[in-house]
Ligand binder design. Structure first.
Ligand SMILES: Nc1nc2c(ncn2[C@@H]2O[C@H](COP(=O)(O)OP(=O)(O)OP(=O)(O)O)[C@@H](O)[C@H]2O)c(=O)[nH]1
Ligand SMILES: [Mg+2]
Length: 459
């Protein structure tokens, strides 16, 4: 993907709807300049559409041949998605016809000497950001909303787009600025320093900020999981029912199941949703000593999957003794959460004794699967469903972590008896700057370009 160098002054055009056939297809334009916008719209549409009114029209080429019939919608700056002058043409949803509309638009612009060009990926949203219609976290949510694979994750992205996340970031930033101003004011009158800060409860304010930061960080980490999905890896000895459990959770026959030990020889990844949370479930080759070359490679891949996992489901066969050969074969990462699942409980003459952290299930008859789903979400630390949270990206979590480091440093300076106020204030400034990276106010242009270039064209 190339890093684009946006020229913000050009009018742009793109097909805004997805490639393929559909009832309706939309071509979108954004113009920074009012005069060229008016001239273009009049020529392109054959008449100037009234702002914010659906205008039915037939587009015609220079020879008066019809290109398409559709609806034009005109939005004058700044009341538009990009904050510029925007025209949307809703025509028929086929690639040839929409490309014809774009070609016609470029020809009309050329005649009028207007430098209309194809939009680059994410350029409409980038303009919305540059014109303060959206902050960066909201702009990213546009892409996440389009990519959302379930209703619940779409709701989380829509919450971010509407500013739920940004508002919390801004509230935290405001509290930091407020405390900083207090410190800066105190620095100007050093003899009154201590008393002034105590009266204003600077320490109490900082404690409140740290607390709010912690809550926001938790919610953002959860938001990243909503977006990226979690890797859940199934491991165990051959024949314990790993592939059967994958199929049962997916509700489809995806992996081959057989009574022959060593059936699965490669990783099988399946995307699925548990209570709206996107997950990737990974079935692996059963762990055992083997001389079979293919199986050996499969087991090596199992080890690799374990290193990449967010959660490990360790599967055991309820009809087998409590022997545990797993640790012979696997080196578990220290902080990796695990759940032990006792499968085939349908074969037991009576219900198994309930042990803590061991989940009795039957991949065959579905027993215990709902409890297993709840346990999976609890174990990976998801307390909310996405429709009660917001979506976030690792970039946001990283910025919050940096912010937190500076808040902790500020807290340490504040604890010292001979308070080092200027250092305290400086740490608050750095904490505030880190938050600015989330909303995009503190990001260098090249990084902005990179973020927007990951969008699709027409967004
Ligand atoms: N009764 C009963 N049989 C099960 C259950 N789960 C799996 N089985 C049977 O156990 C055998 C092995 O199942 P698989 O899902 O292939 O086991 P696996 O762990 O993937 O095995 P490998 O791929 O060889 O590592 C098959 O005959 C399944 O039908 C269960 O919950 N109850
Ligand atoms: Mg298998």
């Amino acid at each position: 993907m190339s890093l684009h160098q946006p020229q913000h002054g050009d009018p742009i055009v793109a097909i805004a709807t997805a490639p393929g056939k559909g009832g309706v297809g939309v071509v979108r334009f954004s113009f920074p300049s009012s005069s060229s916008f008016q001239a273009f719209c009049a020529a392109f549409c054959g008449k100037l559409p009234k702002p914010r009114m659906a205008t039915l029209l037939t587009l015609r080429d220079v020879d008066q041949h019809a290109i398409d019939e559709g609806i034009a919608l005109l939005f004058n700056a700044p009341a538009s998605f990009t904050g510029e002058h925007v025209l949307e043409f809703q025509g028929h949803g086929g690639q040839a016809v929409l490309q014809g509309v774009v070609a016609h638009a470029l020809a009309v612009a050329r005649q009028l000497n207007i430098p209309l060009r194809h939009a680059m990926a994410g350029e409409f949203t980038q303009r919305a950001f540059l014109n303060d219609k959206l902050d960066l976290a909201q702009a990213e949510a546009v892409a996440d909303l389009i990519d959302a694979g379930s209703m619940a994750t779409a709701k989380a992205a829509a919450a971010s787009l509407s500013g739920v996340f940004s508002r919390q970031v801004n509230e935290l930033a405001d509290r930091i600025v407020h405390l900083r101003l207090l410190l800066e004011a105190t620095l100007d009158f050093p003899e009154e320093e201590i008393e002034f800060l105590e009266k204003a409860d600077a320490k109490g304010q900082l404690a409140g900020i740290l607390n709010a930061h912690g809550q926001l960080l938790n919610a953002a980490q959860e938001g990243v999981k909503f977006r990226d999905g979690l890797q859940i890896v199934l491991v165990g000895e051959p024949n314990v029912g790993k592939s059967s459990l994958l199929n049962a959770l997916a509700g489809e026959e995806i992996a081959i199941v057989s009574a022959i030990a060593g059936t699965t020889r490669d990783r099988i990844k399946q995307e699925l949703n548990i209570r709206g949370i996107p997950l990737v479930l990974v079935d692996t080759a059963g762990l055992r000593e083997t001389v079979d070359e293919v199986e050996r490679i499969g087991i090596e891949r199992t080890r690799k999957s374990v290193q990449e996992a967010d959660l490990l489901l360790i599967l055991k066969d309820a009809t087998q003794g409590p022997h545990d050969a797993l640790h012979q074969h696997l080196e578990l990462p220290v902080h990796l959460p695990t759940l032990t699942v006792l499968n085939k409980v349908d074969l037991l003459p009576e219900a198994p004794q309930l042990l803590q952290d061991v989940l009795p299930v039957s991949a065959k008859n579905g027993q215990g699967l709902e409890q297993l789903k709840d346990a999976i979400l609890a174990k990976v630390g998801i307390a909310h469903t996405p429709d009660h949270g917001f979506m976030a990206r690792q970039r946001h979590v990283d910025a919050l972590l940096v912010c937190g480091q500076h808040l902790v440093a500020a807290h340490e300076f504040a604890q010292q008896d001979d308070r080092i106020l200027d250092l305290f204030a400086e740490e608050l400034r750095l904490a505030h700057d880190a938050l600015g990276e989330i909303t995009g106010r503190m990001l260098p242009d090249d990084l902005l370009g990179l973020i927007f270039s990951r969008f699709c064209i027409g967004k």
